[in-house]
Design a protein around this ligand. Structure first.
Ligand code: ADP
Ligand code: MG
Length: 248
């Protein structure tokens, strides 16, 4: 993934200013920064939830910044939104299936309202969703009501839903927010496994400790600008980073 020269304003106020981020295939990149730094704005510009007005976003050599979100999803950009909620009244499996429908069948709306899909396609979607649940360690939870899962497992379920779209790049916006230490550790192990499987990931986090131990490289945003980039060790020792966090 290559983000180049991206700026974004809300009502004339810069949320991002001339941001470049270059993520190598198979890399796990952390994007950190204080609240309001522009992390979610960057996430939404890459995922297509916000229109890119200035700059470019390239995935595997092809520009995607003019494409709507669902086309970017089909090209392999998977997203887990900040504060994403599971769908109540559905099982874990059905929640995961929403992710497969979103890129194959009748789309996201059809999936949520459970509109009929072709029989064979339905079977394929179910199989994809089961595989995704197994990949995140939720195989035994498939038929439970999703809202009965502990918060850590609900986050894993969000990841499973995104994996159903068979992403080559997975973007996660504050996936560990609100989790207890043990749940964070479990999520960190899951990310390590996904990375070992070759998935490229961009993990956006407010909590520096959680991502710096996982990431190959860290990008630090503050007030819409990249103020530092490098290995976790280099970032932890960077005075500009320390200052940004102490000032927040
Ligand atoms: P972060 O995710 O790093 O906390 P955001 O990307 O959410 O930061 O926000 C960056 C800046 O853009 C903040 O100043 C925020 O108030 C502003 N902002 C974000 N989204 C909107 C929006 N939809 N409308 C107006 N301002 C926004
Ligand atoms: Mg945010």
């Amino acid at each position: 993934m290559r983000v180049a020269g991206v700026s974004h304003t809300f009502g004339g106020v810069y949320a991002l200013r001339d941001v470049d981020v270059d993520v190598a295939p198979g890399e796990l990149r952390a994007v950190i920064g204080p609240n309001g730094a522009g992390k979610s704005t960057l996430f939404n510009l890459v995922g297509g939830q916000l229109a890119v007005r200035t700059g470019t976003v390239v995935l595997a050599g092809a520009r995607v910044d003019r494409l709507p979100a669902h086309r970017r999803a089909r090209l392999g950009i998977g997203v887990v939104f900040q504060g994403a909620r599971i769908f109540g009244g559905m099982t874990a499996l059905e929640n995961a299936m929403v992710g497969a429908h979103a890129v194959t069948g009748g789309g996201f709306t059809a999936a949520v309202f459970r509109l009929p899909t072709h029989r064979r396609e339905e079977r394929e979607i179910r199989r994809t969703a089961r595989e995704a649940l197994a990949r995140v360690g939720l195989a035994d939870w498939a038929d439970r009501p999703a809202e009965s899962l502990p918060l850590g497992q609900q986050r894993a379920l969000q990841v499973a839903r995104a994996l159903c779209g068979r992403p080559r790049l997975l973007l996660l916006d504050e996936p560990a927010a609100g989790l207890r230490a043990a749940e964070r550790d479990a999520l960190a192990r899951l990310f390590e496994e996904l990375k070992a499987g070759g998935l490229t990931m961009v993990v956006i986090e407010h909590d520096v400790a959680f991502v710096t131990r996982l990431a190959d490289r860290v990008t630090v945003l503050d007030l819409g600008r990249v103020i530092a980039e490098g290995t976790p060790a280099a970032i932890r020792a960077d005075p500009a980073v320390v200052a940004a966090y102490l000032g927040s």
